[in-house]
Design a protein around this ligand. Structure first.
Ligand code: GAL
Length: 967
């Protein structure tokens, strides 16, 4: 490799110190070098013009500007971000990179603080630089390094001056390291994590390795702290005072993700005092199970990339804490740090608030797939030192975190001897943590069997197979949370609960990586691949998270929270007031929860009270009894809601935070008090010029279209509608039999059907309209009859649908849509809410009476698509005001329906690329669906399960319309 520039050198680092543990603070001084730096960008790597030793004086040289460090220059107006999934953004010719190699020169002058001691030495630490840096201090070339999400340190003691130090850093976007960093994310060069100067007193701690195990059989903790140089360790709470290298045993409370018990400790060497936090736990793979402290754990996990919509992979601690809090509040108990070690402060938070962590090495070579895996670095001995360097930098930095329960070699590198070399080194250095690797189906270097996106059926087979010596099974990625979805979470969770060997999974992924941008007129939206003029990109595949880019939880997260909630309450309801409460925690009992009940009739709360639930042990179930139903005079459906809440404040949520809930039906309403008024004799239809009148409804006599109800105009009559703006999951599914669902829909023309009216008749005391709904160019059709009958103060519509022909694919939806004037912008409904739900993603729908403006019924998926349906709706109203005014009420008669309302059509929603492409029109479009097709997870994974498919079949459904005049 000689003769090529350092950034194309497979040797990952020149001049750096050996890797070691990271700690938050110590009594030695440090200087944060973050802030405003001088900066200049080269379009091409200056191969023959070395960065001048003094780093240039920006005042004297042209082309310099300023930049915030830590930060990515492409997010600060210099160059542009680019997104690719698996394809390398450079020609695949390892380890060479193109001449067009954006290179950022960074320069910072600094003085030492007055308190900086004269004795000792100093270390300059870089916590993260993408992708390769060369560093000069006061004119001396310190060396260079690759490994973007890993720390690198230089010894700089002798070079420091009291005043006027000049630190110059040249950063290249592309390097040999790029070939090891083909993660599915934005390419974001820069010094994106902290740069710190650390004072190193004589005999300071150079490294520390805490070994803190727990024996569940007798409750004993074992502690040994290895440190260089040696020193003393004290753990006041345990009365421990010992030397480094010594082993001590004592009774302790163990650390688990559910009960993250940490003990404050101090390590003292002659030169430095470093605070430590100890968590005692033991992780093993035993009898085919991954056990912590003797127990099987179930990962309710997410894959987390570090991302912020403005600062990219530069995250402040408040944002990291927000992630952990949001995870804990949604019952996520595990994180895979896809696909690189996170900022070390994130792991501190995982220790403190309690999350199981699979810490993954900064390694992915996925793009070699496109060249038949030729020259794959993990299978080429020339790269082994670079792979080992990455393994070491991760393990050494993160080895003291109790939250880290497994190391992962990396992601999607295929197989190769380089991975085995990493695994060998890791096993030897840290025998206390099992290894994870998914990319080689033979699993030579993984202690677990790990898969991505396996379908339910396959997980069931794996879970049921009784192979001797089988490894624990994890889904390191599943349930691709792109756009609206994922569907099918409940079914996965049941499999994890049924098969001991299936120890859960990690949803792909935590956050949408949408970058905040503004339209010319100042409206904000989130940008994705292709929005920055990339020559090659993978569109919105970068937006596949459970939270939106601004960390607002998406419906997918609400659903996941419900599916994985740690307490399950079940009961038959009706006259039976018995409930079963199951504690699904792996370690915690229920003493931290307080239970309560409410009793509501048609969504109106009648009574509420506490519910006594014993502090059941982890894994135990018990029976409790609801009180007798309260007396009330209301008519309608009655439901109990039982809720478990935090009984006291925790580090991640306040007292009262909802941890689990369930609903069971109350006793049936006495007939006399039922909500629906007794039907009054139906009025006969009357022709009146060009109109037909039927009860309060007016129709166009020629077309049979409803034009008004009780004086309230319909701008568009209710008509059959089967189209939805395809979701990302509808658009995906190349691997499904039959191919991509949305492509089939478009091929059949479901987005452009015509309605042909065959008959408009006054018959059987009502109005019947017969139609044929079909798209141009196809013989397939849906024969649709609308039968209108007067019904009390309203009018009842019965829709009969008969598919004609041999339909090759499911329908998106089956229902009616109609338009109302824009002023009917307030909704109230009795049904599932408050958020959206779809057939295979509606576990989180809470039956109640909900109100929302139409604008708030929309879920702003980064790429607009079908959204906002409320499931299990008994009735819905659209009104002029939140609390009254004229409106229309639709009641399922008797079926429940899916209710959506929006200010644009499905066709406009389908055409939009970004949220700002949608502008409210003068119509409120209301959808009342008899059925919806499920969501599935086919944007990367299995499609909709058979039970949630909407296959074309004859259907009949009824809806009752009444006009409302509420003052
Ligand atoms: C996986 C990969 C992830 C991501 C995901 C799809 O194959 O490991 O990084 O690309 O697919 O979003």
């Amino acid at each position: 490799m000689s003769g090529i520039p350092y950034f194309e050198d497979v040797t990952p680092a020149h001049g750096t110190l050996p890797p070691r543990a990271w700690w938050r603070t110590s009594d030695a001084g440090s200087l944060d070098l973050g802030g405003t730096w001088a900066f200049r960008l080269h379009d091409r790597a200056p191969r023959d013009a070395p960065f001048r030793r003094d780093g240039f004086d920006p005042r004297a040289a042209p082309g310099w500007t300023t930049l915030r460090v830590p930060g990515h220059w492409v997010l600060q107006g210099h160059g542009a971000p680019a997104y690719t999934n698996t394809r390398y953004p450079v020609p695949v010719d390892p380890p060479r990179v193109p001449d067009e190699n954006p290179t950022g020169d960074h320069r910072r002058e600094f003085d030492l603080p007055a308190t900086w001691p004269d004795h000792g030495s100093a270390v300059l630490r870089f916590d993260g630089v993408e992708s390769c840096a060369r560093v000069w201090l006061n004119g001396t070339d310190l060396g260079s390094f690759q490994g973007s999400r890993l720390p690198h340190e230089f010894d700089v003691g002798k070079l420091l001056r009291r005043r006027g130090n000049v630190l110059a850093v040249r950063v290249h976007q592309w390097s040999a390291g790029t070939y090891l960093e083909d993660q599915d994310m934005w390419w974001l060069p820069g010094i994106f994590r902290e740069v710190t100067l650390l004072h190193r007193p004589p005999a300071a701690v150079s490294d520390v390795f805490v070994h803190a195990g727990y024996d569940h059989r007798d409750g004993t903790g074992t502690l040994r702290v290895d440190a260089a140089p040696g020193g003393r360790v004290s753990v006041p709470e345990l009365g421990v005072e010992t030397a480094t290298g010594e082993t001590v045993r004592m009774p302790v409370e163990p650390w688990t993700a559910e009960t993250p018990r940490l003990y404050d400790a101090t390590l003292r060497t002659p030169g430095e005092t470093v605070p430590l936090r100890l968590g005692f736990r033991t992780v093993v793979v035993e009898d085919g199970l991954l056990r912590v402290n003797g127990r099987r754990v179930l990962f309710r996990g997410v894959n987390r990339h570090e991302f912020h919509p403005v600062t990219g992979r530069t995250l402040d601690v408040a944002t990291m804490r927000r992630d952990v809090e949001l995870m804990k509040r949604h019952h996520v108990n595990a994180v895979r740090t896809s696909h690189y070690p996170p900022h070390p402060a994130f792991l501190d938070l995982c220790d403190e608030l309690g999350l199981w962590v699979i810490d993954e090495c900064d390694l992915e070579t996925h793009g070699f797939r496109h060249v038949g895996w030729r020259n794959n670095p993990v299978d080429d001995p020339r790269w082994t030192p670079a792979l080992l360097d990455r393994a070491r930098r991760m393990v050494e930095r993160d080895k003291n975190h109790p939250s880290v329960v497994m190391w992962s070699l990396g992601n999607e590198c295929g197989g190769g001897a380089g991975l085995s070399a990493m695994a060998r080194w890791m096993r030897e250095r840290d025998p206390g943590r099992p290894l994870h690797y998914e990319g080689d189906p033979a699993y030579p270097d993984s202690d677990v069997h790990s898969r991505m996106y396996a379908a339910h059926e396959e997980v069931d087979e794996i879970g049921g197979a009784e192979e001797p010596g089988a490894k624990p099974f994890l889904l390191c990625e599943y349930a691709h949370a792109m756009g609206n979805g994922p569907g099918g979470l409940t079914e996965y969770q049941r499999l994890f609960e049924v098969h001991p060997r299936c120890q859960g999974g990690f949803v792909w992924e935590w956050i949408d990586h949408g970058l905040l941008r503004r339209t010319a007129d100042g409206r904000e939206y989130f940008a994705y691949g292709g929005d920055f003029g990339e020559e090659m990109h993978d569109g919105n595949f970068v937006c596949d998270g459970l939270v939106f880019p601004d960390r607002t939880p998406s419906p997918g997260l609400t659903e996941y929270a419900k599916v994985v909630e740690p307490v399950r309450v079940t009961g038959r309801g009706g006259e039976d007031r018995e409930l079963t409460v199951a504690n699904l925690y792996d370690f915690a009992d229920l003493s931290h929860l307080a239970f309560d009940w409410t009793y509501a009739v048609e969504g109106v709360e009648v009574a509420a009270g506490p519910l006594d639930v014993p502090p059941l042990r982890a894994g135990a179930s018990g029976r409790v009894r609801l009180p007798p139903p309260p007396d009330h005079a209301l008519g309608g459906e009655a439901w109990w809601t039982v809720t478990a809440r935090l009984a006291a404040d925790t580090a991640w949520a306040p007292r009262g935070h909802r941890v689990a809930w369930a609903q069971v039906p109350g006793p049936p309403a006495p007939a006399a008090t039922a909500a629906e008024p007794a039907p009054v004799p139906a009025g006969a239809p009357r022709r009146d010029g060009t109109s037909v009148r039927l009860g309060p409804a007016v129709f166009d006599a020629r077309t049979g279209a409803l034009t008004a109800l009780g004086g309230l105009p319909f701008t568009d009559p209710p008509r059959l509608d089967v189209w939805r703006a395809p979701t990302d999951n509808d658009e995906g599914g190349a691997r499904q039999p039959g191919g991509r669902t949305a492509a089939q829909w478009r091929q059949l023309g479901l987005h452009r059907v015509h309605h042909r009216t065959d008959a408009v008749r006054l018959e059987d005391g009502g109005l019947t309209v017969r139609t044929r709904v079909a798209a141009a160019g196809t013989g397939l059709a849906l024969r649709t009859a609308y039968r209108w009958a007067a019904d009390g103060a309203g009018v009842r519509l019965t829709v009969t649908v008969d598919p004609e022909g041999d339909w090759p694919c499911p329908l998106p939806r089956l229902g009616v849509r109609f338009g109302l004037p824009a002023r009917f912008g307030h909704a109230e409904w009795f049904g599932g809410g408050p958020g959206e739900g779809y057939p295979d993603a509606c576990a989180a729908a809470l039956l109640g009476r909900w109100r929302a403006p139409v604008d708030a019924l929309q879920t702003p998926y980064v790429r607009p698509q079908e959204n906002g349906a409320r499931p299990g709706v008994r009735w819905a109203e659209l009104r002029e005001r939140p609390d009254g005014g004229t409106g229309v009420r639709i009641t399922g008669a008797p079926e429940r329906f899916w209710f959506s309302a929006r200010r644009w059509t499905s066709e406009q929603l389908d055409a939009a690329a970004h949220t700002t492409d949608l502008t409210p029109g003068d119509t409120v479009w209301v959808h009342l669906d008899h059925a919806q097709h499920g969501l599935g997870s086919a944007s990367c994974g299995p499609g909709v399960l058979p039970a949630h498919r909407l296959d074309p079949a004859p259907a009949v459904f009824s809806l009752r319309f009444t006009a409302q005049f509420v003052e």
